[in-house]
Ligand binder design. Structure first.
Ligand code: NAD
Length: 700
């Protein structure tokens, strides 16, 4: 269920038959997954769940109480058994004697590994005390939008009492940690009949004696809040009612396609960023509303939200009535500079003596009135998740502002979370980015042998790839296989005939909206043909010229246009052919078109250099395996030219090569990777032959 349907009640998904016979840890896993899979219950990675389970101590054989709780960095919707950390309850309890008070609470995180049960390598999260000290067997902590709407209302405590009576209590905002764990314990002791508590500006805690009781309670409380909000706000126009009209779906994408590469250029100074566009109904309702600017400026509330979205978004100066995209683009640099200045001022106002250095001051979220929301982050999944988090924030603002006054988190509190030393330590532990992280590649002929292998290589280095081809069946099969391996976020497809000028323009617009822009073009779509010159028809000649020569020109021209808008360089890789350098019998049309490609690459290398755009060529030869070219007429013609069959041809080509080796699609992909990556940052106008050695193709 998408999180974009804020006012619907949750169904109880507990299946007694499925749960029958499960152990307590298995029940915790089951409960966590069915809670977290519905993003209305909690945002991705947000919230945590726990159970206190009696276990046999591996050293003493004694029965001991063990806390199973979501470990650091997981997501309850997709968590597996190894995502939980396990800690001795008696040791956790003993930590209270070591606690020196709230100003030292961060040091308690260092003690948690000492409480590990059974050598479990999963690191305990900083939320562990929030579960350990609630004196109940099963505890859920979630960030449902309906709950945070109440938690972020200026009179949240009073609303909680009004909706839930004494069943659900209220604790004011407190940063998660040891102190909040003690607060929760104290609350439970003083309110033995309460079923849970709402944390101001944050979320919900619920508990129960069994896994099922706890699950039921979480669902019931969220539904109660949702029903109350729906009823209370039914006659209120959301966000003060509309101020603008939304553009049509096609026009929204047209505007986004123009804005996104421009924004991407401004925000990719330190590292390349990937974009995401969202024009769901929830987003559109907000970005066309009267109160959008006022609410957006107040910042998001739940710490999980603003850690992903930055405290506030940038509202782009777009007027849907005037459709002033050109003016917006002209003023974008000033708007982005103003946002950065504002962020730097916030950093200076709030920083402490030991605060980490200021991080990227650019906005993550860009709201475009009447059009939608654009997000940029270091990879596609993060850009998408940031977008989902801002949708959570929109839902929270809608609810809170309709029933009361929405309040963001106080600035200093927000800063202390954003620049929390423990959060910084987490960032420092992140693995170094891969060599193509944040890069976006367009691969033409991406459904073919060499194109798919190149896409695979780029994806393995962290790039996002759009596969462009005319073969829809092969496109979806290739995309499915790559998505299985690398996840659906990073793979896109587009039907694009490289000979069709408008199809090429449409594909680049699609690329801009789907991924934010382009860094790498692999011009690879191709055919092969064979005929003696006397039998080469004009149609056959033109077909070779159209696809190989003109097609390479059209896709490069539009890549150059987008590279220049972004202003962050770019890399073009032409997959040409040994036959572009060396003549081959009965293939004049093909060889000539391939030679044209190679010379086009040289011309473009010359033109692009001043803008940091590099253009290089890979020349394959005789890549029989995986290639569709080697399945049809070309195979028959080549086989008959040399008087053999496919196996015989492969053998013949291998023996013909100087190194006596077969050339595979992955070999071409490796050269295409080198030329696209920063490893070749000082090479342009170059040619790499990947042909196992062919003296005729030596470059001179
Ligand atoms: P392939 O047939 O497996 O892949 C080529 C892809 O291009 C196919 O998916 C096809 O549908 C697509 N395509 C064809 N016309 C198109 C068009 N007009 N618009 C968009 N897509 C189109 O072949 P491959 O071996 O992977 O070839 C890739 C490139 O490598 C080609 O340019 C080819 O000339 C070159 N090359 C291949 C070899 C070899 O031995 N395989 C040798 C030298 C050069």
């Amino acid at each position: 269920m998408p999180k974009d349907t804020p006012n619907t009640l949750l169904e109880n998904r507990w299946d007694a038959a499925a749960a029958a016979g499960m152990t307590e840890p298995e029940l915790l896993l089951y409960r966590s997954n069915i809670l977290g899979q519905d993003k209305r219950v909690t945002n991705y990675g947000g919230g945590n769940t726990s159970a206190k389970v009696m276990e046999t101590d591996p050293l003493t054989g004694d029965t001991v109480e063990v806390l199973w709780v979501k470990g650091s960095g997981g997501d309850i919707g997709s968590i597996k058994m190894d995502g939980f950390s396990t800690l001795y309850m008696d040791k956790l309890t003993a930590l209270k004697d070591l606690y020196r008070g709230v100003e030292f609470e961060d040091e308690m995180v260092g003690y948690l590994p000492h409480c590990t049960f059974n050598l479990n390598p999963r690191a305990a999260s900083i939320d562990t005390p929030l579960h350990a000290y609630v004196p109940r067997k099963h505890v859920d902590h979630v960030h449902a939008d309906a709950i945070i709407a109440i938690a972020a209302a200026s009179n949240g405590e009073q609303l909680t009492q009004q909706i839930f009576g004494d069943k659900i209590g209220w604790l004011p905002w407190k940063r998660p940690g040891f102190e909040l764990g003690l607060w929760l314990e104290d609350f439970c002791r003083k309110n033995p009949d309460a079923d849970g508590v709402i944390l101001g500006s944050h979320g919900l805690f619920t508990w129960g004696n069994t896994a099922k009781d706890c699950y039921d309670m979480t669902i019931t409380v969220i539904n109660q809040a949702t029903a109350w909000l729906t009823d209370t706000t039914k006659d209120t126009a959301a966000f003060g009612g509309p101020r603008h009209n939304s553009l049509s779906p096609a026009d929204r994408r047209t505007v986004a396609a123009r804005l996104m590469p421009a924004i991407r250029g401004f925000v990719s100074g330190n590292q390349h960023m990937v974009g995401h566009f969202n024009d769901s109904d929830t987003v559109l309702e907000f970005v066309k509303a009267q109160d959008m600017e006022r609410l957006a400026a107040m910042g998001t509330s739940c710490p999980d939200h603003f850690l992903r979205t930055k405290i506030r978004p940038l509202v782009v100066n777009f007027d849907p009535a005037a459709q002033n995209t050109d003016d917006v683009l002209a003023g974008l640099s000033d708007q982005i500079a103003a946002y950065r200045d504002d962020y730097a001022a916030y950093y200076d106002r709030c920083k402490r003596d030991d605060s980490p250095a200021m991080r990227d001051p650019n906005a993550v979220v860009y709201l475009v009135p009447g059009v939608g929301m654009i997000t940029f982050a270091k990879d596609k999944a993060t850009a998408r998740i940031s977008s989902e988090f801002y949708v959570n924030a929109i839902n929270v603002m809608r609810g809170a502002d309709a029933v009361s006054d929405y309040t963001g988190l106080p600035e200093q509190e927000a800063f202390d979370i954003e620049y929390w030393l423990l959060e910084e330590a987490k960032l420092q532990r992140m693995p170094a980015p891969k060599s193509l992280a944040g890069r976006v590649a367009l691969v033409t002929g991406g459904a073919g042998g060499i194109g798919a292998a190149t896409a695979d290589r780029y994806l393995s280095e962290g790039a996002c790839v759009m596969l462009a081809d005319i073969d829809d069946g092969a496109l979806s099969a290739t995309a499915d296989a790559l998505s299985q391996r690398y996840g659906g976020d990073v793979v896109r497809t587009v039907n694009m005939n490289v000979t069709d000028e408008s199809a090429v323009a449409r594909a680049y617009a699609e690329l801009a909206v789907e991924l934010g822009g382009v860094d790498i073009l692999v011009s690879n779509a191709g055919i092969a043909s064979s005929a003696p010159i006397e039998e080469t028809t004009l149609a056959l000649w033109n077909r070779n010229m159209d696809i190989l020569s003109t097609g390479y020109f059209l896709v490069s021209r539009d890549a150059f246009k987008m590279f220049r808008v972004q202003g962050i360089g770019g890399s073009v890789v032409f997959v040409a052919s040994k036959n572009g350098l060396a003549a081959s019998p009965n293939a004049s049309a093909y060889c000539t078109a391939k030679a044209a490609e190679i010379h086009l690459a040289r011309c473009l290398a010359l033109e692009g250099a001043e803008a940091g755009i590099r253009v290089n060529v890979v020349n394959p030869d005789a890549v029989l395996r995986g290639s569709k070219i080697w399945e049809g007429d070309w195979l028959d013609q080549r086989a008959s030219t040399y008087g053999t069959d496919k196996e015989g041809l492969e053998e013949m080509y291998r023996n013909r090569s100087m190194l006596k080796r077969s050339v595979l699609p992955e070999d071409i992909a490796e050269a295409a990777y080198f030329l696209a990556s920063d490893r070749s940052s000082k090479s342009t106008g170059n040619i790499i032959n990947v042909d196992a050695g062919n003296v005729q193709a030596f470059t001179r």
